[in-house]
Design a protein around this ligand. Sequence first.
Ligand code: FAD
Length: 423
Amino acid sequence: MFNKKSVDIAVLGAGPTGLTAALILAIRGRDFVLLDRAASTNQHSYALALHPDTLELLDALGVIQPILKRSLRLQRSTIFDQSNRQRAVINYSALPVKYPFLAVIGQNELEAILVEALAQKGHKPKWNHRVRCIQASEHHVNFAVDHLMEGMTGYAVAHLEQEIDKIYDYEANYLIAADGYTSMARKAVGIAFPEIESNLDYAVFEFKTNTRLLTEMRMMVDQEKTHIYWPLGNDRCRFSFQMPRNFAHIHSFNKDHSMVDHAAQDSSELSNAHLDYLLSKHAPWFIGSSNDVKWRVMVHFEKHLAESFGSGRIWLAGDAAHMAAPAGVLSMNMGMLEGADLAEKLSLDSNHEGRQFRLNAYNLDRTTEWRRLFDIDQKISTDDSNGEWLLKHRNNIIGNIPISGQSYSQVLAQLKLHQTVAA
Ligand SMILES: Cc1cc2nc3c(=O)[nH]c(=O)nc-3n(C[C@H](O)[C@H](O)[C@H](O)COP(=O)(O)OP(=O)(O)OC[C@H]3O[C@@H](n4cnc5c(N)ncnc54)[C@H](O)[C@@H]3O)c2cc1C
């Protein structure tokens, strides 16, 4: 019962990265398919802020108006130490960019806007399409796709038994792998995904409060831990508190390779009492009510960077190629820029040599960019006392600052940090 399909470009994964790539391919009139094993877009706020460069990209894609309409604009982020002292300010309004702010918007709302924009171009993601058995040859990428009867829910991994309605046998010239951190495509092409830092486990609470909320993102650095505050608009806010290092072993997050610890949902760590304790310990400046919790979840983050962003006919973008700590919202923002870059490079023409040349440049650019963002070669220095404090807490801060793209060095300069870039 195989149904053969052939396409120029297959995009695997309809998260923010895959949706962005697909929207460019739709705008450029390319022959593509967007496949996702889930039944629909995700239903939660997850990565909840867009950087200035991502906003410019979304402007170019024609979706900036709905994004701005539904988001809260933040002009600044701050970094506090464990004595509740302000150590640094990032002033987005001083950046020479078209959108000098962070736009806070739920990932679910962002994905819905991208799906709507795709629909306006006459495309929609093929939901309930699970890719398996990817094989790349010199000339094509071949893979089987299960069309699932029952919708999967949740993030990245489904728990339901599902029936396969049909199996499609796809042949594509190129595969854009935006299939998240467990990426099957990355494994198929044999690209290693080394860990840079492990066990970043967070108790995340979103609640409605009765106080006037600070309109800034705040990182609270407490020795090796980083806690995060985001205002969300409509009297709601998110606090993410980093848990002790070995917490993952207690709850076995990785049992099903899910970022969400389902076992922890009823645990005392996510209770209102624990939230109040965490607020008083790590955010004594917060004086509002916290009993109206709308969402609570235990999430497991790690830092990883793929050894390469692809080869031959399979190319990675987004969480498939990297994972970062949550405060900077880097993985998603960079993922969208990468998805766009890949789609543009594949859209210029259909000549294989030309495409390979551009894709190799993609690999070099993206690897260099992430080595810079994670400061893997330790090129960041300072001659300022506050800068020294920031570098003393390098693991909390570097790779966790909410900025990417062209504005990154300007934000480092605001923090009195300098990064020597290899020639
Ligand atoms: C609870 C939670 C909170 C989070 N909070 C933050 C945060 O505060 N800050 C932050 O930076 N990040 C956060 N994240 C992570 C953020 O959501 C990811 O960085 C972002 O989703 C990455 O986007 P992506 O498009 O690259 O990958 P994904 O959104 O993971 O999309 C991958 C898609 O590929 C599909 N897929 C995978 N394999 C297959 C297959 N074989 N066949 C078909 N489809 C497949 C999946 O169904 C999925 O839709 C959070 C995540 C969770 C779960």
